[in-house]
Design a protein around this ligand. Structure first.
Ligand code: UDX
Length: 461
């Protein structure tokens, strides 16, 4: 031990390797976790990353980066469909494990420090876990979705045996008593890639989770107490920790946005009255058709409320750059702002923002909850329907906008959230949840304690 008496070196720093799935909703929580392990736990970090959606090492000078060949064919990469990319990446890595082995070896050997203790991987990277197991490197899984979502994954075989899945149109509103309060339509599903492909992805997630040394999940104890208790009974792993919301635990912006965040909107928000602005964003992947886009535009314009709307490239199917309808910009002058990509966490924390129209990706949902912002929910696929179900029926901090998108309905939904008593009650409940988030982040709060446990586990390896 170096106690500062001259020539002795300080104890070697242990290193943790992290490997996120290269999609925005998966990269951010992993980079936040890495930041927390580095800042709170004093651990050194190496980030493994693919060429597909590669990260910029210059934005993270405190971390080391090692590229990993991903083998995703150019056409699959260009289409960017998440299920297809996950399967292609795993297939390529399983076909040539030497490439992954080489990357892991280079992450492990260039070390002058205390050596790598473990590899934290996204649950979708089974192929990487297999290689790590071969070389004796323990893996910990970061789950970027909710506890309810992980329970749904683990129940997937049962949901097929009992006939809930694949879902039938006539059974969509049937309850699934094994996973309350979910109904068939709330189960993890996709409209884009086929159901069989989805089943394969989920079977792989389950295998990765059950073969790991432990799971860290981006939720917090007070948000999903029942689901977490059940999961702890269902999963028999050395540890199972809830360290969310990770973006609030880490002190800095993850710096891993794949698109440029337009910070100009913060200056505009500064000029708006408190709680007056509706923030509208559908995450990094969801897309709509051009008719729906028109309805959203005019619904927002006609609502009379100030709004900040994220229109990212490809928000309209097959459209690289989306054009706003004629006359729209004049109609919203001074009251509405449209940008390509927002500093979302900063926007939701801004005092001018009073509501969020979201697709309920898990990150967006947690980010809204963390700032006490109530939601209009427009889920599209995967875990978004179940997130909406919890927002509406368990936490009471938002409501779903059902059916076809139509400007009059949108206008009513905005009024309901921003002006009516019901919206005000949702805002009060959201404020109660926000305080629970603040509690879990205090120095002895549940998420901080989870990080401490994780760090001591790493140091024990
Ligand atoms: C989703 C799912 O949530 C995930 O479960 C699934 O596996 C893959 O896709 P996404 O649809 O992008 O991710 O939504 P979300 O989870 O909400 O993540 C979006 C992230 O992008 C958030 O952290 C949000 O803050 C950020 N964002 C979004 C911005 O930084 N700027 C924006 O303008 C919009």
């Amino acid at each position: 031990g170096g106690d500062g008496d001259g020539g002795e070196k300080p104890p070697p720093q242990r290193r943790v390797l992290v490997f996120p799935l290269p999609f925005q909703g998966h990269i951010d929580p992993m980079m936040h976790l890495a930041g927390v392990l580095h800042a709170r736990g004093g651990l050194a970090i190496t980030v493994l990353h693919t060429r597909f959606n590669a990260l910029d090492p210059a934005l993270h000078p405190e971390f080391r980066f090692v590229p990993v060949p991903d083998g995703v064919p150019a056409d699959v990469a260009a289409a960017g469909k998440i299920i297809d990319v996950i399967l292609a990446m795993n297939a390529a890595m399983e076909a040539s494990p030497a490439a992954v082995r080489g990357a892991l070896a280079s992450a492990l050997t260039e070390d002058e420090d205390g050596g790598a203790a473990c590899l934290v991987i996204d649950a979708n990277l089974l192929a990487v876990q297999k290689v790590a197991a071969e070389i004796g490197l323990p893996t910990v899984v970061l789950r970027t979705g909710s506890a309810a979502c992980l329970r749904c994954f683990l129940a997937y075989p049962m949901l097929h045996e009992k006939g809930y899945l694949p879902s039938q149109e006539s059974q969509l509103y049937m309850p699934v008593p094994e996973l309350p309060p979910l109904r068939v339509r709330d189960l993890f599903q996709t409209k884009i890639s086929g159901h069989e492909m989805l089943c394969e992805v989920i079977a792989r997630i389950n295998e990765t989770v059950t073969n790991s040394s432990g799971v860290v999940i981006n939720t917090f104890e007070a948000l999903e107490p029942t689901e977490l208790e059940k999961l702890r009974g269902e999963l028999h792993l050395p540890f199972f920790l809830t360290a969310g919301p990770l973006h609030k635990l880490s002190s800095k912006n993850s710096g891993s946005s794949l698109l440029h965040q337009d910070k100009g909107c913060i200056d505009w928000l500064d000029t708006q009255p408190p709680g007056s602005v509706l923030y509208v964003s559908f995450g990094s992947l969801a897309a709509m058709d051009s008719g729906e886009f028109l309805e959203v535009a005019w619904g927002l314009a006609n609502s009379g409320h100030p709004f900040l709307w994220v229109v990212r490239p490809k928000l309209v199917q097959d459209c690289d750059s989306v054009a706003l309808p004629e006359g729209f910009e004049d109609a919203i002058k001074g009251r509405g702002m449209v940008i390509q990509w927002a500093p979302q966490q900063e926007v939701l924390a801004h005092r001018a923002v009073g509501g969020f129209w979201t697709h309920n990706g898990w990150n967006s949902t947690l980010e809204s909850i963390a700032e006490g912002v109530p939601m209009i929910c427009r889920p599209n696929a995967v875990d978004q329907m179940m997130n909406t179900r919890y927002v509406e029926n368990v936490w009471g901090v938002g409501f779903e906008l059902h059916g076809e998108l139509e400007r009059g309905k949108i206008q009513n939904a905005v009024t309901r959230l921003m002006d009516e008593r019901e919206g005000a009650e949702m805002r009060e409940r959201a404020e109660v949840l926000r305080r629970k988030v603040a509690e879990c982040l205090e120095s002895s709060g549940s998420s901080q304690v989870a990080v401490d446990k994780f760090v001591s586990y790493i140091l024990s390896l």
